[in-house]
Every structure is written in structure tokens, then in C-alpha cells.
Ligand binder design. Sequence first.
Ligand code: FAD
Length: 518
Amino acid sequence: MVDNVVIVGGGTAGWMTASYLKAAFADRISVTLVESGKIGTIGVGEATFSDIRHFFEFLDLREEDWMPACNATYKLAVRFQDWRRPGHHFYHPFEQMRSVKGFPLTDWWLQSGPTDRFDKDCFVMASLCDAGRSPRYLNGSLLEQDFVEGAEEPVGLTMSEHQGKTQFPYAYHFEAALLAKYLTGYSTDRGVRHIVDEVEDVRLDERGWIDHVLTKEHGELHGDLFIDCTGFRGMLLNKALEVPFVSYQDTLPNDSAVALQVPLDMKKVGIRPCTTATTRDAGWIWTIPLFGRIGTGYVYAKDYCTPEEAERTLREFVGPEAAEVEANHIRMRIGRSAQSWKNNCVGIGLTSGFVEPLESTGIFFIHHAIEQLVKHFPAADWRPELRDAYNSAVAHVMDGVREFLVVHYLGAGRDDTQYWKDTKTREVPDALAERIERWKVQLPDSENVFPYYHGLPPYSYMCILLGTGAIPLRPSPALSLTDETAAQKEFAAIRDKARHLVDTLPSQYEYFAAMRGA
Ligand code: FAD
């Protein structure tokens, strides 16, 4: 039986894994987590995917329990600022695409959209973001949407099984360090052994499997299964087991970031219910509003910008509020481990892989990996089929997200600096060029996007293509031969619903101030 798990690393990946394994297997397994007291974590103030709620539900945690402890807020969309041209913005919302007569509403929008804002015409969430609204009323009830709370399938299914059936209308922003602390309490309360110590060596047996890790103060830690959550270091998987790293740098050149955590009076400035990604000369800046501060950072390619220039650009963007705040410079390893599971070691989190946080996929990768690990959990015979299935599910998710991110850059109208000019001539991953040719005459659908589960439904691709603007699109020819009355009615219904929701929902600040009893 495989029932003794040792996790090395106490960042978001380590603690999410420890708590999920305990929620799944309770006392049937023993879990030890060792983290360094000297090496810090990456967590910079995090935005997530809407599927993350399955993680909290699986742990049986209510929003009122964990959100105030992690300064968390709601995220209804990603707002893309200046990707098409200066002053332009659009949203990629958590909202299922409606269809009329078998064609997605965006197709009808290309044919005869009522305004030049596809996001506002096709989704209600865009209006809620512009107006800074919470997706819940002050009594806690969820906004009326196509998603009906409580009507979905029970928790415990994997995310891929949920996809396409329902779309929960929001994700979260939270402070990663506070979430790790919260999950430390959750995990240790359920029996996880927590050790603060340095792992100094990884010892292999004669087969090349991990026998134990050697710590400075606590000696040898033995286990059946070792989870490498040491971040970009990949101490067990990449270093000890020599699993190579497959870089995505040829297609996604951003390899650096500089981050600031800026305290703000949120009552005064409000809490935008979205993550914002604003272009700059050599990359883009994220803005993640939390309760009490914003997390912000410039993601850039060091071939086009020095760290000093990047920090200056970020400070100019934020303004005087950040004058006293120390900047955190981060080098990013972009790509994935060739295998995330080798022998008796599984890498989760940054060890397994990472792409720039343009669509907030880091924690999604972690959550997906943990679910897959539970689904493919090994028995004493360590059947390689389980490992191989795990490895291909994890690789597909990351390769698919890579493609999706490349579409943002190819599609961006912005082309005024060398960095943005080069986004149009850089190598494109296999098969994507062919897919783009198809999308020029037929909007993305489940038949013509990346063919494996990667968390992004076809409507996400439509949003990016329609919003960024450089790839020419056209409506299906059939629409010019079809009566459009029903589509126009749908546009009108969305406009009316958005207006009603903006008028009746509280602001994000009001909602969280009430949750905290402020
Ligand atoms: P880390 O946080 O690096 O943790 C590594 C752990 O390993 C630490 O506890 C450390 O002490 C321990 N360790 C290392 N070596 C040893 C040793 N020898 N002995 C003992 N312990 C050791 N994701 C999102 O979902 N949304 C976002 O908006 C987002 N933004 C990001 C922005 C940037 C710039 C970056 C770089 C990442 C971002 N991510 C985001 C990704 C997210 O931060 C990570 O996926 C997440 O924090 C998981 O990190 P980790 O736990 O794998 O590694």
C-alpha cells in the first residue's frame, strides 16, 4: 500500500496538496510536509480560475470561513487593457456563451452586434465589472444567472468532468501567503505532520527511486510517495531524478517579473471585481485587488527590458502610493517538466510547470494536478499506466494553456514597440497556425481548439480573438441568410439583465465590509 506521503515545500502547492490529500483520504494515509524556514515562497497576491471553488468545496470550507482570513475578493473576469489600442478594454468573463439557432451569440454579434463592445453585448459580467459589483447580494444569495447554485453535481468530480456543463460566475483573488497559512491550520488539524527544516539531500535507492530526504535537524524522512513542491528549484524531480525541463520560451518569451504589494484605502478606491492585465512596452502589468491592498506586477521579457526599467515602469503605473513599498524581482521558469511524475516522485506547482500569469493559471495547474493525483493514486505495484495517464493529463493542460496565451499575443492589436512587433513574427506552437486560419472563417468551437482538456472552453478563445482585434474574423455566412430577430432579442435581454443587476447588486467593497462585520 502507498500510504506514507512526504511533501517537500510549503508554498501554495505544498499546502493545497496536503489539505486535499487529507480531505480525500483522511487518516488512511500519513502526510508529512517539510518546508524551509529560510527559503521563501513565490506567492505574490493571486488570481484564480472559477473552478477553484471545487477545491474549497472539497475541503468543506465556506467563503465566510476562509475569505476574510486571506483578504480574498471576487473575480468575475480578466480585464484586458490597451491590448487592441490605447484606452481600449475588454473582458474575458466567467460566463457561458449563449447561442441562438445553434450559433454562438458572438457569431451573431459579428453579423450585426448592437454596439462595438462584444463583451457587453454578449455577457452580463462585463457590465458588472465596469460598475464594480459583487456577484452576491448582501444576504449571500448569488446573482440570478444561467448557473443555479446547489443544482450542480456533487463535489469530488474532477474539473474536466464539469466543463461545458455549468459555468460558475466567479473565481477569487487572495493573498497566497495567507491562504498557505490558513491551509497549514486546516492540514495540521487533520493530522498532517509539519516540519520546518532544510532538506539538504535527496537519497535514491538502487533502482533510482527516492528512499528518503535528508533534513538538517530532523534527520531522514522516509516515505512511499514524495511530492516535490519546492517551486522553480525542482529539488527532487528535476535535480535528484534528473527530469528535464521543457521550455516554452520560444513561444512565450516573458521570463521576469517585478511585483509590489500596495496598501490602499479600498473604501475610497473601491474593489474592482476583476484582474486587470494592462500592456506596457515590453510586457504587461497585473492588478489584483484584495481587501486592503492591491497586488501588482510587471511581467516582461528581459531581452527587451532591464529589471531597473521594469521597476520604474511599474512604479510610474502605480503612482505615489507605492513609494515606500519594496519591489520583489522574480525570475520565472516558463514551461513544464518533461514528466511531472517519475518513479515515486510527483512534482506539483512551479516544479511541475508554469506559464506567465496572464490568465491566472498557476493555481489552476496545482488544483488540477492534485485532482489527477487522487484519481491516479498508485497502489503498491506502482502500475506505470496510472503514472502515464497522470503525466499526459498534466502535460495537456499546460500545453493547451500555452497555446491559449500565444493567441493573446498574436491577436493583440498593439504593435508600437519592438517587443509587440516581435509577437507577430515569433514561432507558433504546432497546429496553432492551422487552427488560427480556421478561426478566421469560423469562430472557435469544441472541434477546432486544442483538443485535450486544458480548462479553457471555446468561448474563452472567442473573447480573446474578438477583444484583441488583430486577427480578422467574420460571421458564419449562414447568418446573412437567417432571420436575426431572435439574436437581437437575446442582445436586448442581456442588456436589460445587466442593467437590473448593476442597479440591485452591492459593490464589492460593500459586500466584503458586510461579511467582515465592518
Ligand atoms: P513556492 O511558492 O516557490 O514554494 C516553494 C516551497 O519550497 C517553499 O515553502 C520553500 O521553503 C520550499 N523549499 C524549497 N527548497 C527547499 C528545501 N531545500 N528544503 C525545504 N523546503 C524547501 N498563480 C495564479 O494562479 N494566479 C496568479 O495570479 C499568479 N501570479 C503569479 C505571478 C508570478 C510573478 C509568479 C512567479 C507566479 C504566479 N502564480 C500565479 C503562480 C503561483 O504563485 C504558484 O503557482 C504558486 O505560488 C505555487 O508555488 P509553489 O508552491 O509551487 O512554489
